[in-house]
Design a protein around this ligand. Sequence first.
Ligand SMILES: NC(=O)c1ccc[n+]([C@@H]2O[C@H](COP(=O)([O-])OP(=O)(O)OC[C@H]3O[C@@H](n4cnc5c(N)ncnc54)[C@H](OP(=O)(O)O)[C@@H]3O)[C@@H](O)[C@H]2O)c1
Length: 306
Amino acid sequence: MARALAVAGRDQSPAVLDVAVPNPGPGQIRVAVEAASLNGIDAATGSGQLWDSVPHRFPVILGRDFAGTVERVGPGVATIRPRDRVAGVITGMTLARGALADTIIFDARSVAPLPEGITEEQAAAAGLAALTAKALVDALALTPSDTVLVAGATGGVGAYALQFARSLGATVYATARPGEPTEFVRGLGANETLDYTDGGFSAPSGLTAIVHAAGDATALAALLPAGGRLSSALGASTTAVGRSDITVTPVMPTATPEALSTILDAIASGTLRVPITHTYAMAEAPQALADFGNHKLGKLVVDTRR
Ligand SMILES: NC(=O)c1ccc[n+]([C@@H]2O[C@H](COP(=O)([O-])OP(=O)(O)OC[C@H]3O[C@@H](n4cnc5c(N)ncnc54)[C@H](OP(=O)(O)O)[C@@H]3O)[C@@H](O)[C@H]2O)c1
């Protein structure tokens, strides 16, 4: 059995439940998960918003990213051994076996090894958010002459996106509420901040690109001059924003081991900071989920062994 943050049925709330764990099949590994993090899709799943639109199988275990130690390998697994430290990210839209559990069965070819000098908490908090942020920034092909607005910079995806944009030399405007959120994005390297709570904001001078990780895509797109670029984690498209003179790219990250390793190496080398603002014990996982939707900053992590 595994302890997991799961939803037992359509009319149930997320709770820490015991769920059955099969033996690893051919090509699979069993990982003793040490940390998992929360993402927007977990909040949407936990609040029951997705049952009519997304394929699912109860009990639905929440969580998209994890890190831990391999316990056992299935038949045919040669590249990974018990005691290896690994990280993995679940993509795809079916909701069933998530990562927020103390044990997970996973495809051996889909995990990345943890480099020296990185903790399981850091790796789990990178996961989906950092992969998505990297894909959002890559889609904009930023150069040092770009001025980019990161909408949602206080969240998991945005906090990574602003760092990737800065590392390419772009000037970054980050959205943030006044006070601690503004200090948070400044601490991650934002050049300027924009208060999105005060009736909105006007276009920053020289704006060429936008990372859309929160807010209204049409309103954001209206800030761009002709030829501007917008990449969206929320599925915005050129048609949806009503601007044929800008490029809008909806982004879905791919979670290859190579892509994840690039992120983990950047963390290990100190060039990418992991914005963890709170770590919860497993018993507190429902509280972590509640806190996710209540103006938290950066990443929330669950220590699944506590
Ligand atoms: N395409 C994909 O595969 C993919 C992958 C990962 C995430 N996503 C999506 O990307 C979005 C961001 O994910 P996340 O994990 O970073 O979520 P998150 O941690 O909740 O971050 C969202 C941030 O945006 C802020 N915000 C809310 N309204 C805003 C507005 N109008 N303008 C600017 N900022 C605003 C929030 O601040 P407050 O708390 O103050 O409201 C919060 O800090 C979610 O919608 C998620 O579902 C998509």
